[in-house]
Design a protein around this ligand. Sequence first.
Ligand code: NBP
Length: 466
Amino acid sequence: MNNIGLIGLAVMGQNLALNIARKGYSLSGYNRSHETTEKFIKEKVKDEKIYPYYDIKSFVESLEKPRKIILMVKAGKPVDDVIHELLPYLDEGDLIIDGGNSYFKDTDRRIKELKDKGIHYLGMGVSGGEFGALNGPSLMPGGTKEAYEMVKELLLKIAAKTDSGECCTYVGNDSAGHFVKMVHNGIEYAIMQSISEVYDVMRKVLKLTSEEIGEIFEKWNNGELNSFLMEISYKIMKHKDDKTGKPLVELILDEAEQKGTGKWTAETSLDLGIPTPSLNLAVVGRTLSFFKDDRVKLSKMVSRNYPQNALNKDEVVEDLKNALLFSVFSSFSQGMWLISEASKVYGYGIDLKEVLRIWKGGCIIRARLLDFLMEIITEDNANLLLSPKSVKFLEEKIDAVKKVTKLAKDNYIPMLTVNASLDYFYSMSEENLPANLIQGQRDFFGAHTYKRIDMDGIFHTEWQQD
Ligand code: NBP
C-alpha cells in the first residue's frame, strides 16, 4: 500500500511526485495518457518509491486508507472529470487535494458536492513553477482543518523553507487556498508588468543594451528589490540566443499570453468592490500586447515629437528603481486588501501575516519586500496604505515615480501598471475626489439621488429646471 496518490503527470505533477517521494513517501502515479507515465518512470524516476498505474481502479486500490490523492491536472473540466472517475472507488473519509490553479468558485462547489459523499477536499494553491514543485514550492491549502491535518506533515516536508519556517500553512476555510493563489497570480502579473515597463524606459529612453539592463537588474536584485522575478529578469536580459548570438529577449515576440488567473483576480476585485488598479491594468497590458498588427499599423500613422534634453543616466536609473519599488509595494498592498475583504465576505478566516510568510520562499512572488509587509500588516489595517510606515516608504519614492512617469509620457512609452500604482496612491490619499460631479450626473439623468456634505439625508434635484 502506498502513502499517497498523484494524478496528472505533466510538468508540475512529475516534479511534485519526485519531491514527495524524496521525502520518504511511497507514491502511486496515474496519468490519462499512458505514454506520459511510461516516459516519466523511465526517464525521471530512479530510486524513488514511485509506482505507475494505468487504470483508476488499481490506482485507488494501491493506496493506504484513508486515501490521499493529489490532482495536478489542468484547471476546469479536467478536475471534474477526474473526480467523477475516482468517486466509484473512494470511501468515506478519503481526501482529494486539488493542487492546480482552479477557480475558487469551482473549488467551493466541489467541496460541497464531495462533503455530501463524505469525501474530504482541499483546494491547494501551488506556486514555484516546475523548479519549486521539485525543490520546495509555496503551498496554500484551504478547506477544512480536519482535511489539512490529514496531510499536514507531508505538506510541511515538501514545502520550501525560509528563516520564518515552512512555506505552507492552513490558509483557511472552503476555497481560501485557491483564492489566495489566484490573488498571488494577480500580484505576479502586476510585478511582471512593472518590471517590463521599467525595462521599456531603459531601452527606449536611456538606449541601454539588454546586457547593460541585465547588469542593472542584477545590482537591484542584490538590494531592496531582491526577488525571484527580479532574478529571472536579469538572467533573461543577459541570455544570448544559441542561433544568432543576440540577446534572446530581443528576438521574442511582444505578445504576452495569459491563462486566466490574472483576469479572475481583476473580476473578483470588481465583484468585491476592492480597488486593485495595478493588478487590473497588468491584465489589460497583456491583452493590449496581443493586437500586434494594429499596433504596427498605428505606429506608422502617428507622429511623435521626442524631447531632446540630455538626461543623467544614473539619476534616471535610480528613479526607475524607486518607481519599481513603489509599484511592487502598491501591487502587494492591493492584493492583500482584496484577500482581507474576501476573508470577511466568504468567512475564510485567513491570517494575512501567515499568507505573506508562506510567500517568502518557493513561490514566484517571493521578495525581500515581504519582510517589510509582514512588519506592517495587522488584521485592523488590511489596507496597508494606512500604516504610517507605508506612507513614509511611498512618500520617499513619490518624486521618483512622478519623474519616471513624466519621462515615459514625454517619450510615448506606456506605463500602465506604474501609472496605476501612482494614481491608486493619489486616489486613496485624496480627501476630495471628483465623485461629487459623478453623483450629480447620475442624479441628473437617472434620479439616482445623492448625499450632501452639509446635511444628512438622501437628496434628488430636478436639474432640468436650472
Ligand atoms: P497542465 O495544466 O498543462 O495539465 C496537463 C495535465 O492535465 C496532464 O497530466 C493531462 O493529461 C491532464 N488532463 C487534461 Br489536460 N485533461 C484531463 C482529463 N480530462 N482527465 C485527466 N487528466 C487530464 O499541466 P501543468 O502545467 O503540470 O499544471 C498542472 C496544474 O498545476 C494546472 O492546474 C496548472 O494551472 C497548475 N500550476 C502550474 C504551474 C506551472 O508552472 N506550470 C504552476 C503552478 C500551478 P494528459 O497527459 O493525458 O493530457
